[in-house]
Design a protein around this ligand. Structure first.
Ligand code: ZN
Length: 208
């Protein structure tokens, strides 16, 4: 692509860093921004810049937040005895969108994947253990990907918590959602949360 303006070229270059945005799409977005009033562009860039500088991660659940503790964790009308364990912040958003879950979350930041160098230390597993031990949590709902890595992570966490009096369940599987939670439609996701199963039906945690 040959540009008559280095300024436009730089902006296109920045947009094309984003996933799923090729040079052509980037150019379309940049030309669209050129049509906006300067103040509107300032508003656009300001929102992105503020978000990047000021966003925090909740000290309890690792979800994105505008304060030290996120709005879900501080909400006393939610069920604080239930914690749903997910891989990413996108999963929290997907489950919240179903409006069928009223407990808390714990964002792991991924799943165990030794081949990619992701072990327990790279994930928020220690803080989960700590939360379960120091709070009155009666149920942990595992909502991880139905993959070997997801299953390994569920098994690992269950082993870590085997001496803690907490019920561990997994969301129902085998319904028409593949791969990642965030791609499940809201009805399917809501149903899989409602029809969760005790982990004992799923992996032999006790090793018997
Ligand atoms: Zn939180």
């Amino acid at each position: 692509m040959i540009f008559s303006s280095k300024l436009v070229e730089d902006a296109v270059q920045e947009f094309s860093r984003l996933p799923g945005i090729g040079k052509k799409t980037a150019l379309r977005l940049v030309l669209q921004l050129l049509k906006l009033h300067e103040s509107e562009v300032d508003q656009f860039t300001g929102a992105i810049s503020r978000m990047r500088h000021e966003v925090k991660f909740c000290k309890e659940c690792h979800n994105v937040s505008d304060s030290e503790i996120c709005g879900i964790c501080v909400n006393r009308s939610r069920n604080h005895s239930q914690v749903c364990v997910v891989e990413t912040i996108r999963d929290v958003i997907a489950i919240e969108s179903t409006q069928q879950y009223n407990g808390l979350y714990h964002v792991l930041g991924g799943i165990l994947s030794p081949l990619d160098g992701i072990g327990p230390e790279q994930l928020n597993i220690a803080t989960l253990q700590n939360r379960v031990k120091t709070n009155e949590i009666s149920e942990i709902i595992m909502a991880l990907s139905p993959t070997i890595e997801g299953d390994t992570t569920v098994y690992f966490i269950a082993r870590q918590l085997k001496d803690v009096p907490v019920t561990i369940t997994t969301i129902a599987r085998g319904i028409s959602f593949g791969g990642e939670l965030e791609y499940a439609d809201e009805m399917t996701l809501a149903r899989s949360i409602a029809k969760r199963l005790p982990i004992d039906n799923y992996v032999n945690v006790s090793g018997k």
